[in-house]
Design a protein. Structure first.
Length: 318
């Protein structure tokens, strides 16, 4: 192991790539293995690690509980970076909602990624076409630590409902919920996630099911009152059982870090993604429509990290 490292360092020096940086390990918080955050983290690490010999950075992206778990791990210094929904980036930085009294001043935005519609998939035999049909049903609200479950809480509050309005509110992880739907343990599963994704696909191909419309006054008000929410559509035909477009609302997945993470580390990570942008976009269909400009301008509410800003300025992107 030591010998290999040494060889890589000498190789890089012989190639004239300046002095080799000291080895540094960075960890990126993702989400469940059947979600898209896991692919975001794995993709970023893959690009960072291609350049390890030069940058000294070694990147890993383990599966986690999701947005809230990632933000909290970055705050505690247990992780360096992570993926988080734009609503939870906003609340963590501003000390609102779940983060009331727990403001994370040092939270920094790096870039935003794909859109994440608030998604509900129901068993067809449960007769749920609209969110309002979920009263009295068995619903998987999602695992604690996920942005998905936290956004479900926001929707319930906006509608004047509580979890008690469901006959069951289970907290299964994304990887467990398709099977629960198929086994008739729940009537509906919920997931704020990019599309297409493995968890919803698995549910749709396991049991006759349909996507559920999320609209109406309470949702319109949520969108009007909060800059991080927008109307969203899940395209018809993406999953079996849902041939028409499904209307809902959504957030953006964002990539965040802490002001305590050194400038050159964040700079190298951004460079790895933006210098290899076409390669990055091919790593998941949800990344296909991304643009560099959009990733810098949309979905971020915390200040940009200095290392990210440095790269964007150098690249003429801002
Ligand atoms: N938006 C979800 C969350 O924060 C995660 C989605 C994913 O893993 O792709 O919990």
């Amino acid at each position: 192991m030591k010998t290999l490292r040494y060889t890589a360092m000498v190789g890089a020096m012989l190639a004239g790539t300046a002095a080799v940086a000291q080895e540094r390990f960075i960890t990126i918080g993702t989400g469940g293995q059947t979600g898209v955050y896991f692919v975001v983290g794995q993709s970023i690490c893959r690009l960072v690690n291609r350049n390890s010999a030069e940058s000294g950075l070694k990147c890993t992206a383990p599966s986690t509980g999701g947005s809230i778990a990632n933000i909290n791990a970055i705050k505690a210094g247990d992780m360096d970076m992570g993926v988080a929904q734009s609503d939870w980036q906003y609340h963590a930085y501003n000390g609102t909602s779940e983060y009331e009294g727990d403001k994370f001043d040092k939270l920094r935005a790096v870039f935003s990624v794909h859109g994440e519609p608030f998604t509900i998939m129901a068993r067809q035999d449960a007769n749920i076409a609209n969110f309002d049909d979920m009263k009295g049903k068995r619903v998987n609200v999602g695992n604690p630590g996920s942005g998905s479950a936290a956004t479900m809480d926001v929707v319930l509050e906006a509608k004047g409902w509580t979890k008690g309005d469901f006959s069951l509110a289970s907290e299964l992880k994304p990887a467990e919920q398709a099977a629960a739907l198929g086994d008739n343990k729940v009537d509906a599963i919920t997931y704020t996630v990019g599309h297409p994704n493995g968890s919803i696909q698995e549910a749709a191909s396991t049991v006759e099911s349909n996507l559920v419309t999320v609209d109406g006054e309470a949702i319109d008000k949520l969108i009007a009152d909060n800059p991080y929410y927008a109307k969203a559509t899940i395209p018809g035909g993406m999953y079996p059982g849902s041939p028409e477009d499904t209307q809902t609302f959504g957030v953006k997945a964002t990539f965040v870090t802490s002001a305590d993470v050194p400038e050159d580390v964040v700079y190298e990570v951004v460079k790895a993604v933006f210098d290899n942008f076409d390669r990055f976009k091919k790593l998941h269909p949800a990344f296909e429509t991304l643009t560099k400009e959009g990733m810098i301008a949309d979905g971020n509410s915390a200040p940009l990290h200095a290392g990210a800003e440095k790269y964007y300025k150098e690249a003429g992107l801002m």
